[in-house]
Design a protein around this ligand. Structure first.
Ligand code: ASP
Length: 436
């Protein structure tokens, strides 16, 4: 099989005008054969997402209370869509069926109905075949995605014409519905692209791809034309959102490119996510986030003491804290953790490290922000770190931590939280037009 899988996010299907626009995009290319819709999103800032209404319906019904409000709002929204799009759609009948499960079924079941209903509607709008993921996207009893889905799904999507596969959910071995985490229709899109051996996975949303850094900090930040799966992983880990971070894995294995496109500006090329990028630009993106703390440990001749690192990390494990970075010196080691993970445990953790490791000094620095400067070309370009540090010096930002990942694909720095925006701006300007 081949063709294009196109996933449309909730903001791209929020009202009849958006859905018509999505239909125009889909019909403009006969290769766009596999369509993965989200549930309708917000039409304006004060509006509600259908998924949120369904979670509310579940909560209210589970308390044994009257959930007629969310049910009516959902009914009205789908009835209006069907009328404006001029398709037959028995929303009241479908909601009656769903209502029998409200309060008895799981939250996952209820939440998944937004995609289910929108999938049914989109299949009508496109004259396409509806495929229910409950029958072909499987989770193991552990809750992890079951790779056997690819073959079953691929079989279901064989044949002529277009198919609509609602995003966000599948089923457990006992038949119960299970959803991915929020925003999970992106993952369904990637699974469908892999199962159909699509040539391309288009992810249609409300922005024209990724920007080199957060536009709330640098409004003029340029669009990233191409980024590798691995670079994107590094940036999303640090807080760049647009695509669900699990959506890369199914297509990465086959090297299928993902293209992030804007439904409201379809001619914009957006961002392509690929295995290897053509441009050799050393830095492709900068992402930062606040909310980190650093535990610093110093002990003379630490390097000669076997099992020192193990003992420190065992303390974190026992307190259920995971570490994010671990820069080391000769006689020093620092553990960078998310401050929220420490939540009331700091004193106990310090006491345990003191007892188990007998350090010469031990301290915690809070209110750190970590910033990742990411780019695959960095490993063969001289001067990236120098340029980064120079930019920090010029912006008068004190560098608390520097850590170059072992992949030589990113440099992570730690700064005071209050310096986060200044540092990101300075790094962006140092690299955006670097003619190296
Ligand atoms: N509708 C779900 C959510 O709001 C899934 C998705 O849109 O991808 O999270």
């Amino acid at each position: 099989m081949s063709g294009i899988t196109c996933k449309f996010g909730g903001s791209s299907l929020a009202d009849a005008t958006c859905i018509r626009q999505a239909r125009t995009i889909i019909e403009a290319d006969e290769n766009r054969r596999f369509v993965v819709p989200s549930a309708p999103g917000k039409r304006n800032a004060g509006d509600r997402k259908i998924t949120d209404l369904l979670y509310a319906w579940h909560r209210i019904a589970a308390e044994g209370l009257d959930a007629s409000d969310p049910r009516r709002i959902i009914a009205d929204r789908f009835a209006e869509l069907a009328e404006q799009l001029d398709v037959q759609f028995d929303i009241l009948g479908l909601l009656d069926e769903i209502a029998t499960q409200a309060g008895r079924g799981t939250a996952d079941y209820m939440a998944s109905r937004g995609e289910y209903l929108n999938g049914r509607l989109m299949a009508e709008v496109l004259g396409a075949t509806f495929v229910d993921p409950a029958e072909c996207i499987f989770f193991k009893a552990s809750g992890h995605f079951d790779e056997r889905s690819y073959a079953v799904l691929g079989e279901k999507l064989r044949g002529e014409g277009r198919f609509v596969v609602p995003g966000f959910y599948g089923s457990l071995p006992d038949g119960r519905i299970k959803t991915f985490s929020r925003g999970g229709s992106d993952v369904t899109g990637a699974i469908v692209a892999r199962a159909t051996a699509s040539d391309l996975y288009e992810n249609w949303t409300d922005v024209s791809g990724f920007r080199m850094t957060d536009p709330r900090i640098v409004p003029e930040a340029r669009r990233i034309e191409e980024i590798t799966y691995q670079e994107l992983r590094e940036l999303s880990y640090m807080g760049a959102t647009v695509l669900h971070d699990e959506a890369i894995y199914p297509v990465r294995a086959t090297g299928t490119p993902i293209c992030i496109k804007n439904t409201h500006e379809p001619e914009n090329p957006g961002t392509r996510i690929v295995a290897e990028r053509e441009s050799d630009r050393p830095v492709c993106g900068i992402a930062g986030r606040a909310g980190f703390s650093m535990i610093s440990i110093e002990k003379a001749l630490m390097n000669k003491e076997k099992g020192f690192g193990l003992r420190i990390l065992s303390v974190l494990e026992e307190h259920d804290v995971s570490w994010e970075h671990m820069p080391t010196g000769i006689d020093t080691i620092s553990l960078i953790v998310r401050t929220e993970d420490l939540d009331g445990k700091t004193e106990d953790i310090l006491a345990a490290i003191r007892e188990r490791c007998r350090p010469d000094s031990l301290g915690v620095t809070e209110n750190l922000a970590m910033i990742a400067t990411v780019g695959q070309g960095m490993n063969h370009h001289i001067g990236v770190a120098a340029r980064l540090c120079g930019a920090m010096a010029e912006a008068k930002v004190n560098l608390r931590v520097i850590d170059q990942g072992s992949s030589e694909m990113n440099i992570i720095i730690g700064v005071e939280e209050e310096d986060l925006a200044t540092a990101v701006k300075a790094i962006y300007h140092a690299f955006a037009d670097w003619d190296c």
